[in-house]
Design a protein around this ligand. Structure first.
Ligand code: COA
Length: 153
């Protein structure tokens, strides 16, 4: 268990994004190095926002979008993607706050466990999740593109 966060709660207002926020959220993902050539971020946002069981949450510091998470569930487990805090606003607790929001989004929908995937070369983020009481689980992740394309890394 990590120590409780004892400082003042960081000022971040969190809400599901609107159409007008899409460009800001994509810009944040790009600044955070989270986009990949095979993922169209605008399509990912549009698809998530069409579903009952998914949402894109953004955290604003004033009017600026400085944090995001794409959260959803498959009817059993919750998942998060695109966990991002603007590089100019890191280490202020915003990552913890946006993950708290994702956890609450799932909790109120009856989902008991949140899972997430971390690329093995992203070592700094492992300390982040560990400090939020996530623990590593021994699983092998299999994936298949359903349109028949070749596997991506
Ligand atoms: C990971 C990320 C969201 C963390 O955001 P953040 O706002 O800086 O995180 P917080 O300030 O809320 O940190 C929470 C805890 O994580 C730990 N932590 C955060 N970044 C860390 C780092 N680089 N190294 C070690 N520990 C770290 C801190 O100990 C902190 O605990 P404390 O506040 O009790 O001291 C941010 O670095 C980021 O956007 N990274 C790039 C995108 C990415 O890799 N996303 C995840 C994809 S799986």
């Amino acid at each position: 268990m990590s120590l409780p966060h004892t400082g003042p709660a960081p000022a971040l207002s969190i809400a599901a994004i609107e159409d007008a926020d899409t460009a800001d959220v994509i810009a944040l993902w790009r600044r955070c190095g989270l986009t990949r050539p095979w993922n169209d971020p605008a399509a990912d946002i549009a698809l998530a926002r069409k579903q009952q069981n998914a949402a894109v949450l953004a955290g604003r510091d004033g009017s600026d979008v400085v944090a995001s998470v794409l959260v959803g569930h498959d009817g059993h487990r919750g998942w998060v993607y695109y966990v991002a805090v603007d590089p100019d606003h890191r280490h202020k607790g915003f990552g913890r706050v946006i993950m708290d929001a994702a956890e609450n989004w799932l909790r109120v929908r009856g989902i008991e466990k949140l899972q997430l995937m971390v690329r093995p070369d992203n070592s700094q983020v492992q300390a982040f999740y560990q400090s939020l009481d996530y623990f590593e689980q021994e699983r092998i992740v299999y994936a298949k593109w359903l349109d028949g394309r070749e596997p991506t890394p």
